[in-house]
Design a protein around this ligand. Structure first.
Ligand SMILES: [Zn+2]
Length: 193
């Protein structure tokens, strides 16, 4: 089921989400709905608070385009357990701040620990690139932080003024994906080796 997205400004986007205590069918259903919502809005990442669920759950798919196989990854209680010394800058956007983008510097590489949708613990290094950025962006959401919080006050206020005038439909994190995904594949959660 596709869910409604919260849009900035909304105080619910600035609250720390709670840990999932047990990965059960309700969590798997939430993940399924989050994937459906993320793909419907052509996003490459979505965090539960963006659909007004205050739980530490994120989904991503950073596979590059229409002709590429989907690569859905769901993480329950994700935690960044290591970050590299060197940073990388990427242009970010957000399904909760549609149509606006900003250049954000984050650690280029991270290691993340999480539980899968079946409750199995995982711990993966994410080398540089879009996935490392996307996971950090989504984990920020779980702590009530939007990418706008990483921009200069000048740039942030410019975007906030525009969002107050009304959001325009736009693309989401980093780049647009002009495709509708095959949702039957979404239960292949988990990073590919
Ligand atoms: Zn976002």
């Amino acid at each position: 089921m596709q869910m409604s997205l919260l849009a900035e400004p909304d105080s619910r986007l600035h609250v720390r989400s709670e840990a999932v205590l047990g990965v059960d069918g309700a969590v798997a259903e939430l993940i399924s709905d989050m994937f459906e919502t993320m793909y419907a809005f052509r996003g490459i990442g979505l965090a539960a608070p963006q659909v007004d669920v205050r739980l530490r759950v994120i989904v991503t798919d950073v596979s590059p385009g229409e002709n590429t196989a989907p690569n859905p990854i769901a993480m329950v209680n994700p935690e960044i357990v290591w970050v590299s010394d060197h940073d990388a800058q990427m242009r970010e956007g957000c399904l909760s701040v549609m149509g606006h983008f900003g250049d954000v510097s984050r650690p280029a590489e991270v290691r993340v620990s999480f539980y899968t949708f079946t409750g199995n613990p995982r711990n993966y290094p994410l080398g540089g690139g879009l996935l490392a950025t996307c996971i950090q962006h989504e984990v920020d959401h779980l702590d009530g932080i939007l990418f706008l919080g990483h921009l200069s006050a000048l740039k942030r206020n410019m975007i906030l003024r525009k969002t107050l005038k009304g959001t325009k439909p736009g693309s989401c994190l980093c780049f647009e994906k002009g495709i509708a995904r095959i949702l039957s594949e979404i239960f292949a959660f988990g990073p590919r080796a």
